[in-house]
Design a protein around this ligand. Structure first.
Ligand code: SDX
Length: 435
């Protein structure tokens, strides 16, 4: 039986090293010993964008990109989407086990009774221009909550961590709804503790002058399942930022604001908004071939397609297509669906996409549903951030309690000048510089 080691010969010195292989990885620090002399720092591993680097050990989410498998704490996403509520799945992701009814009732009570926001938050929100992007308002307001809860920096205190986790999960929909109402100039709606997590979110978004908001049960369940599908996705860009910012022991409110900032980018969670803008640009099915050609020429990306991990169908996209049918049964079909389906059909037959293993991801169809339910495209990434708060907090907590983790601080390959001499400004020559 061959041993689980990597034997490396450094041809610069002729020395050979045996490096242990564990869990399909080698430790980068085991390469530091490989030097050409006493003043040599030792070998580092160079991996831009961490294409092939494991940053942690985690038991939260399992993804098999080749088989299109996604599991939270070992449960297939399909089963969770079919059988659970969002707060039930949030409990699973955070604590590792599905709750009993008693545990769930207590958890729901706790989250429900943390949905209110400090009144100063309303005044903070009112300082935004009415046309401000809701995602930017959400990010700024979450960061501002760190001033309301300064004790949140007690990150090594389990009780304090749990209190901030409940507050953040509970308050994200309240902040999101406030940013939406602010953008329309509507009065804010306070939480209704008699409603479920998603029904209350819809209440805070859309209640007008009726005495009691009544959510459409089909739309409320669709939103619930969409929240479940977006809750966590292992070491994606946003979660990596959450871990990195959290590793300096910063407030979890500031870490969540940082993770949400990463999510807002069009290559990440911002893609759902870009998909709708892309479908708006493709006026009719007749325009699709020319659009696809422009993508193949590198003029633009096919938003909602491709994934760093999934080289097969994103299982969430498959489930989201099913939700679309249920939602459109209530709202009427989104007219852009036909264009999206034709775009997918053409792309999946084209070697450019097949050879690069580009399939629809979680963002390709979600925006069509959000739009049909009544959300503006600017709200789509906010709808991603609300459930992903659960995943970010689970990843943060796992990092905080992991004895192998410390402050994140990558190294670099230095390519700049060395030991230059300062010349008096009067003697300097103008050098053309570019950003
Ligand atoms: C999310 O990581 C996660 O888990 C993220 C996420 C989560 O739940 O947290 O799943 C959520 O962010 C989903 C992804 C949403 N983003 C988009 O839909 C934007 C469009 N997609 C691409 O930008 C891209 O596919 C990424 C960013 C998603 C992945 O990029 P990679 O892994 O860095 O791949 P790449 O850019 O190196 O692409 C490889 C090749 C390139 O072509 P060549 O240089 O080899 O010729 O594929 C091409 C790319 O140009 N390509 C695309 C494409 N995506 C990749 N070409 C056209 N359209 C695309 N969408």
């Amino acid at each position: 039986m061959s041993s689980s080691t990597l034997t490396v010969t450094d041809n610069r010195t002729g020395k050979t090293y045996d490096v242990p292989i564990e869990d399909g990885t080698v430790r980068a620090m085991d390469f530091r010993q490989m030097k050409t002399g006493t003043d040599d720092f030792g070998l580092m591993l160079y991996d831009p964008a961490f294409m092939n680097t494991a940053s942690c050990r985690s038991s939260i989410t399992y993804i098999d990109g080749d088989r299109g498998i996604l599991e939270y704490r070992g449960y297939p996403i399909e089963q969770l989407a079919e059988n659970c509520t969002f707060l039930e799945v949030a409990y699973l992701i955070l604590f590792g086990e599905l709750p009993t009814q008693t545990q769930l009732d207590h958890w729901v009570y706790e989250i429900t009774h943390h949905t209110m926001l400090h009144e100063t938050t309303k005044k903070f929100m009112e300082s935004f221009r009415y046309g401000s992007h809701p995602m930017t308002m959400l990010i700024s307001t979450v960061a501002a909550l760190s001033t309301v809860y300064p004790c949140a920096t007690n990150v090594h205190d389990p009780a304090s961590r749990l209190l901030q986790i409940k507050r953040l999960i509970a308050k994200m929909p309240s902040i999101a709804a406030m940013s939406y109402r602010h953008s329309l100039g509507f009065p804010y709606v306070y939480p209704d503790n008699e409603l479920s997590y998603t029904e209350n979110f819809m209440n805070m978004l859309w209640k007008m002058v009726e005495p009691k908001y009544a959510a459409n049960p089909v739309l409320a369940r669709a939103l619930e399942v969409l929240f479940i599908l977006h809750a966590d996705h292992e070491q994606n860009c946003g979660s990596s930022v959450m871990r990195a910012v959290g590793s300096s022991l910063a407030s979890p409110y500031l870490a969540i604001a940082s993770a949400a900032s990463a999510l807002s980018g069009p290559l990440h969670g911002g893609a759902n908004e870009e998909v709708i803008r892309m479908l708006d640009e493709i006026d009719s099915k007749a325009d699709i071939p020319a659009y696809v050609e422009s993508v193949k020429r590198g003029k633009r990306k096919l938003m909602g397609f491709g994934h760093r991990v999934y080289k097969n169908f994103d299982p969430r996209a498959t489930l989201i297509k099913k939700i679309a049918e249920q939602v459109f049964g209530v709202t009427g079909q989104n007219p852009k669906l036909e264009i999206a389906l034709e775009l997918e059909r053409i792309a999946l037959q084209d070697d450019y996409f097949i050879s690069r293993k580009l399939y629809p991801n979680v963002d390709f169809y979600s925006g069509l549903i959000y739009q049909a339910i009544g959300f503006k495209p600017e709200m789509f990434t906010v709808l991603f951030a609300i459930p992903r708060t659960v995943g970010w907090l689970a990843q943060w907590q796992e990092m905080i309690v992991d004895p192998a983790q410390k402050i994140a601080r990558p190294r670099q390959i230095y390519t700049g000048s060395r030991q230059r001499q300062v010349v008096p400004i009067a003697e300097r020559d103008a050098v053309e510089v570019t950003a």
